[in-house]
Design a protein around this ligand. Structure first.
Ligand SMILES: *[C@@H]1O[C@H](CO)[C@@H](O)[C@H](O)[C@H]1NC(C)=O
Ligand SMILES: *[C@@H]1O[C@H](CO)[C@@H](O)[C@H](O)[C@H]1NC(C)=O
Ligand SMILES: *[C@@H]1O[C@H](CO)[C@@H](O)[C@H](O)[C@H]1NC(C)=O
Ligand SMILES: *[C@@H]1O[C@H](CO)[C@@H](O)[C@H](O)[C@H]1NC(C)=O
Ligand SMILES: *[C@@H]1O[C@H](CO)[C@@H](O)[C@H](O)[C@H]1NC(C)=O
Ligand SMILES: *[C@@H]1O[C@H](CO)[C@@H](O)[C@H](O)[C@H]1NC(C)=O
Ligand SMILES: *[C@@H]1O[C@H](CO)[C@@H](O)[C@H](O)[C@H]1NC(C)=O
Ligand SMILES: *[C@@H]1O[C@H](CO)[C@@H](O)[C@H](O)[C@H]1NC(C)=O
Length: 691
């Protein structure tokens, strides 16, 4: 185990500073680097201590009796107590099961969409087929009694007078009859089955036909752009509306565990830039804020969105097939009190299908959304489309953006009802090799925006911090290690939807993310006096980044403010004593170690939230005191975060305590590496005094 090596050996593992991902100013004396190197090692070691070395790196939170035990991965923190810990921004690491929010977390009953009737006609990638097993439910003993047909439909191509462009569909004249099964060439079909001329069943199905005119355009675009990448990466974005990062971890442990298994990269400091879905997705799809979009291409609420430079147009121009789709279509991204598109915006466009199906056979309406379409969950209908798309297109270049809203838009505890579905969906993509040549981005736009949890300090932070995961194919990670290393670092930086846009643009041109280019672009970023609002996540996002720089409205900013405190502050002495007491309680079982005493407070800062995050809930705010203390015997330097919960006046050390100077052989009497950080051996003291 490398963590047991001596510091000199560890120096060999120092990353190559020339790779462009490290700050140029780091060309300081080697001894200083050696000193710096200790910090992450010690932090990592103390981290292992907290999460129990050798264990599965899982830990359990105390759970409300009501929910089944869920293991959550340790929220990998830069410094204990924070998920982002930079000069420009500190975001506290919160407990997904904090007692304050227990009362809002509960287990929901599974949704039953097939209570009315089971699926009578099902579909695979190419065909419709009758489910014989469902016949008894419909009281059909003789198959010949049953007449099923499918009727194609499509987004209306001509608009006469009526300007409801994005919601009009046209049905084919005929409904084509079939027995057993039938292969379907069309994109969207309505299925109807009748017995004695009575319609007993209807449903809607979508297929993914290869469109010849689209293929031709893609080929032409490729030809016109000779300097293309030889390798290509497709983009598949799948969103879940209104799920905070912590709520994702609480509610979707199976999906989370699968993502972890396949080494998905999670963004811990992804902060929304504005209130609701529209202004948080527009930046991803256009690189613009809502206001800028209005100035550029969407002058009035009644204007259509056709003129805007959506990122799918760039992918289309580079020879990619494009797709866009969402459920709960009536409140779609471009349709909720908006007019959508006059011309179909992407090559594959789900809206005509889902809107028609939801309007006709959607049910289980709760608040805003119909949770079921026919005998399936609405989100399952969307996911089926997405996986059919990904499987069909697995060897073609595609840019696809899908957003699931129906299940999670309104209820804090509903994401758990989609855990199995999403896990199965992702497993299917993996097993079919559909992600071999695709970056899969799984994300949300914000946390839940209403309900009791929003009245708590934690709920306010969660609302502003949605989840984002990136899954890259292995070959891509191997070809562009510098870009990926930067993405890993940025996981603990302040990041936004604008950055996702820049990242997607980089995927269009791999030249941009080769080692040399990254080095050049990083240097430019570094030198620039004013930093750009949006930065590709393949580049190092600077540590001094603030919400203001990143285009995050102050009201949505989760960064805590930081202020150095005078060491004479009476609170500091108290907090430091609590820290030393905490260390002594850790040492207590080890009789061979001395108890420690506070010798000196070396530095202290306080991190506190912006006022609007805790106004009216002042009792729930928290202040984090980051202390460096020296203890005797042994002159150890410890750094730790002591958290003050204003509500119940509790003060406690959060996360691991870091040892930030060397301990030499002071701790040779203990073998646990993690205890070596804290222990000053009584025997060491004796040998020293004998000398
Ligand atoms: C969960 O806990 C709440 C509050 O303690 C209680 O009202 C509810 O009945 C419990 N639900 C179940 C399924 O046990
Ligand atoms: C005080 O409140 C915080 C936040 O809810 C909680 O984590 C902590 O356990 C509480 N401490 C005490 C002593 O009740
Ligand atoms: C789809 O179903 C049809 C009819 O049952 C079958 O012939 C075909 O092989 C199936 N296709 C796939 C891809 O499973
Ligand atoms: C099937 O027949 C039973 C008994 O006559 C009746 O209660 C039920 O509603 C019928 N089901 C359908 C789908 O017609
Ligand atoms: C629709 O039905 C009419 C009359 O039965 C028939 O002449 C025509 O060929 C059918 N069209 C298609 C597309 O099947
Ligand atoms: C993306 O396409 C728009 C036109 O739709 C163009 O103006 C813009 O420069 C393109 N951006 C990149 C990075 O290629
Ligand atoms: C995807 O990659 C895996 C592992 O490299 C390989 O075994 C599989 O055949 C690939 N599948 C497709 C559809 O390319
Ligand atoms: C320090 O702690 C003691 C007891 O724990 C308390 O009585 C005192 O008020 C604290 N002082 C400050 C300044 O917080």
């Amino acid at each position: 185990m490398w963590i047991c090596m001596e510091p000199q050996q560890l120096l060999k593992f120092q990353p190559d500073p020339s790779s462009g991902i490290y700050n140029k100013n780091e060309k300081k004396a080697a001894s200083f680097r050696r000193w710096l190197l200790w910090i992450p090692i010690v932090i990592f070691a103390s981290f292992l201590y907290i999460f129990d070395i050798g264990g599965e790196m899982h830990y359990r939170f105390p759970l409300p009796s009501n929910i089944t035990a869920i293991t959550v991965k340790p929220v990998h923190s830069v410094r204990s107590g924070f998920v982002v810990d930079t000069t420009g921004c500190r975001i506290p690491d919160l407990d997904p099961y904090d007692p304050v929010i227990h009362e809002f977390i509960k287990k929901e009953k599974p949704l039953n969409c097939h209570e009315k009737h089971p699926l009578l006609v099902n579909a695979n990638l190419t065909s419709l087929f009758i489910m014989k097993s469902a016949l008894p439910f419909f009281n059909i003993s003789d198959e010949d009694q049953l007449n099923c047909c499918y009727q194609p439909f499509w987004r209306s191509k001509t608009h006469s007078g009526d300007d409801n462009f994005d919601s009009k569909i046209t049905f084919a004249d005929n409904c084509t009859s079939f027995k057993n099964d039938v292969s379907v060439e069309e994109e969207f079909v309505k299925v109807m089955c009748s017995v004695d001329n009575q319609v007993v069943y209807k449903n809607y199905h979508a297929f993914i036909p290869i469109k010849l005119e689209v293929e031709k355009l893609c080929q032409e675009s490729r030809k016109n752009k000779p300097s293309q990448n030889t390798e290509h990466l497709s983009v598949l974005v799948l969103g879940m509306d209104a799920v905070s990062r912590l709520n994702f971890h609480r509610q979707m442990p199976k999906t989370e565990s699968l993502l972890r298994k396949i080494h998905a990269i999670e963004l811990f400091g992804y902060n929304k830039v504005a209130d609701n879905t529209f202004p948080n997705l527009i930046p991803i799809l256009s690189g613009l804020s809502e206001k800028e979009l209005q100035h550029t291409c969407w002058p009035k609420l009644t204007s259509v969105f056709d003129r805007c430079n959506w990122i799918w147009k760039n992918f289309s121009a580079a020879g990619y097939r494009t797709a866009f789709g969402e459920d709960a279509a009536w409140m779609g991204l471009f349709s909720y009190v908006k007019r959508g598109f006059k011309e179909q915006p992407t090559d594959y466009y789900v809206r005509p299908f889902i809107k028609t199906a939801e309007d006709d056979i959607g049910h289980k309406t709760q608040l805003n959304a119909k949770l079921c379409i026919g005998s399936k969950m609405s989100v399952a209908v969307l996911l089926d489309y997405v996986s059919n798309f990904a499987i069909t297109m697995s060897s073609k270049d595609t840019f696809a953006f899908f957003w699931g809203t129906s299940l999670t838009h309104d209820f804090l505890n509903y994401p758990s009802l989609g855990d199995d579905l999403h896990e199965r969906f992702l497993n299917q993509l993996l097993h079919t090799g559909s992600l071999n040549h695709t970056v899969f981005i799984f994300m949300s736009d914000h946390g839940i925006r209403w309900g009791g949890i929003r009245e708590t300090y934690q709920g306010r932070l969660e609302e502003r911090l949605p989840f984002v995961f990136f899954v890259f194919p292995e070959w891509f990670k191997n070809l562009y290690p510098t870009a990926i290393a930067n993405l890993h670092k940025n996981a603990h930086r302040l990041t936004t939807p604008f950055d996702i846009y820049e990242t997607l643009l980089d995927i269009l041109s791999f030249k941009q993310i080769e080692k040399e280019s990254i080095r050049k672009r990083s240097t430019e970023l570094d030198k620039g006096k004013s930093k750009p609002r949006q930065i590709s996540l393949f580049l190092p996002v600077h540590k001094s980044r603030t919400c203001n720089e990143a285009g995050i409205d102050p009201h949505w900013c989760t960064c805590h403010k930081s202020k150095p405190l005078p060491l004479t502050d009476a609170k500091i002495k108290n907090m430091s004593l609590i820290l030393v007491e905490h260390l002594n309680s850790l040492l207590k079982p080890y009789g061979v170690c001395s108890q420690l005493h506070l010798a000196e407070v070396k530095s202290a800062t306080v991190e506190y939230p912006l006022e609007h995050l805790y106004e009216k809930t002042k009792d729930q705010g928290l202040k984090d005191y980051v202390l460096v203390v020296r203890t005797t015997p042994g002159d150890a330097l410890f750094e730790a975060t002591v958290r003050h919960h204003i509500g119940n006046s509790s003060v406690q050390v959060v996360g691991a305590v870091s040892r930030i100077n060397t301990y030499g052989s002071q701790s040779s009497c203990v073998t646990d590496f993690h205890m070596k950080l804290y222990c000053y051996c009584k025997s060491y003291f004796r040998t020293r005094t004998k000398l």
